[in-house]
Design a protein around this ligand. Structure first.
Ligand SMILES: Cc1cc2nc3c(=O)[nH]c(=O)nc-3n(C[C@H](O)[C@H](O)[C@H](O)COP(=O)(O)OP(=O)(O)OC[C@H]3O[C@@H](n4cnc5c(N)ncnc54)[C@H](O)[C@@H]3O)c2cc1C
Length: 384
């Protein structure tokens, strides 16, 4: 869960904030055409895509408030190109497509989704600090060019520049997407599922039963519900800390990795850490101190700038660090998406689009094959 002190909620308008607690405890329809379980970015984007695709009545239920899981604590960076250095091509392609879809949503959604275009600069002591990467998306910067763009670095650095990436306030995007949905119910958890003849016929919740035409589980981690025995997918959670400083006198261009991302009023968003094995739900001051110390060491001009917000949350992760986007094995009318790890905000529109098309056509879109849960089939029953 994201600690309550993430900056994002404070940045919302009252109308946007009200969206996050919509329909508290009230289920408006018991027989929706599509039920989405989970009100993080994946669930809300999927419900919005199903609604926009005309798949009939859509109901979204969320155990807490919208965005109370990993989504509310994310950094909100949408930077597909950097995954060229760490992930296989199908993943990078999926991420690129998703950023394009974010752009389309910004243009077509009522009031947009709060997309902010930015440049990404990755610093390295020398260009060899990055694996060779000749794609046109990347411009190499020498020490002088970096010094001009990022004044005040402790030592000369070369860097890589990637233009036209983006970021969002994840809760603003969530609120804007949710605003068009007629059926949202918060404070309601799915508790079990009843299937008959290969179809989900009933989803039991803390506020009574729902009888959906189709159901999508977007619960961050794979759903652990009675009645879904096939879903024993290996998954774990990786804690991360982030902080936002008081407004900084130093101006950064967009996001400068691994230093910081500058927000509109000059504050610096710094982190997130990968705190492997730390299952404690609270912010650890030693981790926050080490994030600040690394910032001051790289950018001495901001030494002493205090953190105004500090928080932590958990990334849902499958063993390969990539998501599952699939139909639930053995069930004709149930889908799931889980394990979005460190790119769930980025991947939300393409995930939503894939599932909505699959529900609509009854057949999996071609791009879904790589994200099937089948890749863990031989590992089922091993929990991490
Ligand atoms: C420190 C940090 C930084 C990050 N930075 C980025 C970033 O810059 N860019 C990026 O793309 N990603 C980033 N991420 C990753 C991103 O936050 C996640 O991948 C994404 O939020 C996952 O979204 P989700 O909707 O799948 O899950 P969640 O946001 O966890 O949503 C799942 C929801 O389902 C609800 N739920 C669970 N079970 C039930 C049930 N039985 N009934 C009803 N509701 C239920 C939960 O309450 C929760 O709200 C970051 C993550 C962390 C921790």
């Amino acid at each position: 869960m994201a600690a309550e002190t993430a900056i994002w909620r404070d940045r919302l308008t009252p109308e946007e904030r009200a969206q996050l607690g919509r329909g508290a405890g009230v289920i408006s329809q018991r027989r929706p055409d599509v039920l989405v379980v989970g009100g993080g970015i994946a669930g809300v984007a999927t419900a919005a895509a199903c609604h926009a695709a005309g798949l009939g009545s859509v109901l979204l239920i969320e155990a807490g408030r919208l965005g109370s899981g990993a989504t509310g604590g994310a950094a909100g960076l949408l930077t597909p190109e950097i995954h060229e250095w760490s992930d296989p091509e199908p993943f990078v392609e999926l991420a690129r497509t998703s950023l394009e879809l974010w752009g389309e949503l910004e243009q077509t959604w009522p009031d947009g989704v709060g997309l902010i275009e930015l440049d990404w600069i990755g610093l390295a002591p020398d260009p060899d600090g990055f694996a060779p990467h000749q794609r046109p998306a990347v411009e190499w910067l020498d020490h002088d060019q970096v010094a001009e763009l990022v004044p005040g670095l402790a030592r000369p650095m070369a860097g890589a520049l990637i233009r036209r990436q983006a970021r969002v306030n994840p809760l603003r995007s969530l609120a804007r997407l949710a605003a068009v949905l007629p059926g949202v119910a918060t404070g309601i958890a799915a508790t079990s599922v009843q299937a008959r003849s290969g179809r989900v016929v009933r989803v039991a919740t803390t506020a009574g039963d729902i009888y959906p035409g189709a159901v999508v589980f977007a619960t961050g981690m794979p759903p652990l519900l009675d009645g879904l025995p096939q879903l024993d997918l290996p998954a774990s959670r990786v804690k991360g800390h982030l902080l936002v400083t008081e407004p900084s006198p130093v101006r950064l261009p967009g996001t400068v990795a691994p230093v910081a991302t500058q927000l509109d009023d000059g504050r610096l968003l710094v982190g997130g850490t990968f705190d492997m094995g730390d299952e404690t739900p609270t912010v650890r001051q030693d981790v926050i101190d080490s994030i600040l110390e690394a910032l001051y060491a790289t950018l001495p001009a901001v030494r002493g700038l205090p953190a105004a917000y500090q928080w932590c949350c958990f990334r849902p992760r499958h063993p390969d660090g990539r998501p599952v986007i699939d139909r639930v094995p053995g069930l004709d009318n149930a889908w799931l998406t889980s394990g979005h790890f460190r790119t769930g905000i980025l991947m939300a529109p393409v995930t939503a689009h894939t599932i909505a098309r699959w529900i609509s056509a009854g057949e999996p879109p071609a791009e879904a094959a790589a994200w099937s849960s089948v890749r863990f089939a031989e590992r089922r029953h091993i929990r991490h």
